[in-house]
Design a binder for this molecule. Structure first.
Ligand SMILES: Cc1cc2nc3c(=O)[nH]c(=O)nc-3n(C[C@H](O)[C@H](O)[C@H](O)COP(=O)(O)O)c2cc1C
Length: 182
């Protein structure tokens, strides 16, 4: 698939099964993340991989965070199962490096670009994925349970695996509705 087709036809897939990207395929995905645009190459990110039993550990931490935040029993039970929706979950973290020139916001954008780069690299290799957020992305107790500090902000949970059915073509969209000339 050529690069423009990949950009124009990228789809998210929520129904994901084994196999997850592993070995050289996963390496390529992580390399793509490290090629995200990055002002002054601060590399303001970390990637936590949850696969195999690591997904259960992540689910347990999410459930504990939900409980601690006083969320209801349904949310707590759902939280424990969330990472099991794909064989690999990449917790993408923006790690702010205080800098005179590059703001925290710009560093967060770099980490966000890395998420999309990983999703595209996965799709380019025949895998699928979906970028998710929800309350866990903002829960500071979950951050601390993952050994993240106040310099860190989760910017996404990238669920990766093999699509169980081929995704529908992307909906048509007209750029003219979002563009104006200056
Ligand atoms: C920062 C961010 C957070 C998102 N969080 C969720 C989420 O929690 N749940 C969800 O279903 N989709 C979420 N999405 C949207 C999906 O990743 C996806 O883009 C959407 O389902 C549309 O599908 P498409 O990418 O094939 O157009 C999020 C996207 C972004 C950029």
């Amino acid at each position: 698939m050529d690069a423009l087709t990949l950009l124009l036809e990228r789809r998210s897939t929520a129904a994901l099964a084994d196999p997850a990207p592993a070995g050289p395929a996963l390496e390529a995905i992580l390399r793509a993340a490290l090629r995200a645009p990055d002002f002054l190459r601060l590399r303001p990110y970390r990637f936590l991989l949850a696969r195999g039993e690591g997904r259960q550990r992540l689910g347990a931490l999410m459930a504990a965070a939900a409980e601690r935040a006083g969320r209801g029993p349904d949310t707590v039970a759902r939280a424990a199962r969330m990472p099991l929706r794909a064989p690999l979950v990449v917790v993408a973290v923006a790690r702010h490096r205080p800098h005179d020139i590059v703001s925290r916001f710009e560093q967060h954008l770099t980490a966000g670009c890395a998420v999309m780069a990983m999703q595209m690299a996965a799709q380019a290799q025949g895998f699928g994925g979906i970028w998710r957020s929800g309350w866990p992305m903002f829960d500071r107790n979950l951050h601390h349970a993952l050994n993240l500090t106040d310099a860190d902000q989760i910017v996404g949970f990238l669920y990766l695996g093999t699509p169980t059915t081929p995704p529908d073509p992307p909906p048509a969209a007209d750029p003219a509705a979002f563009v104006e000339e200056l």
